[in-house]
Design a protein around this ligand. Structure first.
Ligand SMILES: [Zn+2]
Length: 217
């Protein structure tokens, strides 16, 4: 379960419930939410920038009817904690997609959205595999990171999900080695301009899975 796309979150839980699922081809074990969205209503095309982008080219194509994008506020160099503190704004990220207005009458492109559940670089190496594919094809993806994948098993009691005992989680904790490889991949994914999203930590679904949690919890 992720904050951004809640339908993407069933892989770990379902694997635990039904063993036969584990025999599926490896390529399926990192569940992908692949949405082919023809955004006819969409107005903006997305194009990659590498920090040395050419806004001038976009400006030349600007149709007279296009709304003006508000300028990005300047970053003061400080990390800003967002919301409940589970994530922060750490400044502008290089290589992110930039919205570019279409020319009048220009056909909107087809968008394909890739988002990955869990973002663990485990022994199947699927995180690095798909990150490298994205790099190769100049695609940008969203990797939803489960917080406990960065918490060593020896310290699991530090995670206390609502209505559960300290250390309880519906998914497995990563090995220390896999925490290291995951951090490495997260850094590379960020550098490549991919999005790192927040994944629901304990992956609790069904009973005591959040439906009866209070706002405070
Ligand atoms: Zn999930």
């Amino acid at each position: 379960m992720s904050r951004k796309m809640s339908s993407s979150g069933r892989r770990r839980a379902s694997r635990r419930r039904s063993a036969p699922r584990a025999t599926r081809p490896q390529v399926l074990t990192l569940a992908a939410l692949l949405v082919v969205a023809s955004l006819v209503a969409g107005f903006l095309a997305l194009s990659g920038t590498d920090g040395s982008g050419t806004p001038a080219a976009a400006a030349r194509k600007k149709p007279t009817t296009a709304p003006k994008a508000s300028p990005t506020p300047e970053w003061d160099g400080r990390t800003k904690v967002l919301g409940d503190g589970s994530t922060s704004y750490t400044g502008p990220q290089k290589g992110q997609l930039k919205a570019v207005p279409l020319k009048p009458g220009e056909k909107p492109p087809q968008f394909v959205v890739f988002s990955w559940d869990g973002a663990l670089e485990g022994s199947d190496h699927l995180f690095s595999h798909y990150r490298e594919l994205a790099e190769q094809y100049n695609a940008h993806m969203t990797f939803f990171l489960t917080g406990i994948y960065l918490l060593p098993k020896s310290k699991k009691a530090l995670y206390h999900g609502p209505m559960h005992s300290p250390g309880d989680a519906a998914i497995d904790y990563a090995t220390d080695d896999h925490i290291r490889t995951t951090v490495e991949q997260l850094g590379k994914a960020y550098e490549d301009g991919n999005e790192i999203g927040t994944h629901f930590n304990g992956h609790f679904c069904g009973a005591k899975g959040g439906g009866d949690w209070s706002v405070k919890e």
